[in-house]
Design a protein. Structure first.
Length: 276
């Protein structure tokens, strides 16, 4: 059975997001605001520099992003609804260790991220960011989330760039489709310890990773997952694209069959890797 993964660095990033925001209310229908350690600021009014721990921007445009990056110095920065086609101004924020980009609908170029010494990065619902090659140039990265939105699937060309990250330990892939349909690059992510995967690939990809990296704590490197809730009376998700949901109380025989098939795939890949 799957061993539940742990994501302490990504949890810390989420906690920093909570610390950044405060009780103040952003005027309805307006953007261009940033919280810094709980205090709300209108970005266009920033003239003095603000140094703090965490900031969170709301509906920020390109001019406001440049002004924010010129006057705000923090270790954590998050955005919701960033209305820009470039994130180039972020390159000047050399103290930044954690970054969250959430619902950025115009952005297609992530290359400025290479200038940042990030430990943790969340890319959430970035519709046009299909190429993550820049991540190979971010050797300090230890924790990463790539996610689609509530009603959208994030498309990524390949996970191959992640093999260049020597310290990547935590990886969450949610509502994701891979252009090359392959999880196999993750077997070469030597530092990887905790992994969350979407059930959107062929079962052989999960079995291969289970065979090559039994040390990884993951949600889906097993024949099926018993969920904490029911969908249409069924509480078991069989691993692999287009596989069914089952009922843990009435479908025991089917579960055993899927387990046998998954184990056979894992054993085949292990034998092939050993030259057998």
């Amino acid at each position: 059975m799957a061993v539940e993964p742990q994501f302490p660095l990504l949890a810390e990033l989420a906690a920093d997001s909570d610390k950044a925001t405060g009780p103040a209310t952003v005027p309805e229908g307006q953007g261009g605001f940033v919280f810094v350690d709980g205090t709300l600021h209108r970005i266009r009014d920033l003239t003095a520099n603000i140094e703090g721990h965490a900031a969170f921007g709301l509906s920020v445009n390109e001019a406001e992003l440049a002004q924010l990056c010129a006057h705000v110095d923090v270790a954590y920065l998050g955005f919701k609804g960033l209305r820009t086609t470039t994130i180039a101004p972020l390159a000047r924020m050399k103290r930044l260790r954690g970054l969250q980009l959430w619902w950025v609908q115009k952005l297609a170029d992530l290359s400025p991220l290479a200038e940042l010494p990030l430990d943790a990065l969340v890319l959430d619902d970035l519709r046009y960011c299909n190429d993550i090659a820049v991540l190979a140039q971010m050797p300090t990265l230890q924790a990463l989330t790539i996610s689609g939105g509530m009603n959208t699937t994030q498309v990524i060309d390949t996970l191959e760039p992640l093999t260049e990250l020597p310290d990547l330990r935590e990886l969450r892939l949610v509502a994701l489709k891979l252009g090359d349909d392959s999880l196999r690059p993750l077997a070469r992510c030597k530092a990887l310890t905790d992994l969350w995967l979407p059930n959107t690939l062929d079962v052989s990809e999960f079995a291969y990773l289970a065979a090559m990296r039994p040390d990884i704590r993951a949600n889906a490197l097993s024949a099926y997952q018993v969920m904490g809730h029911k969908i249409g009376g069924k509480d078991v998700m069989v691993t692999g694209r287009r596989r069914p949901f089952l009922n843990s109380k009435t479908d025991g025989e089917k579960m055993d069959t899927y387990q046998t098939r998954f184990d056979a795939l894992v054993n085949r890949f292990r034998k092939e890797a050993a030259g057998g």
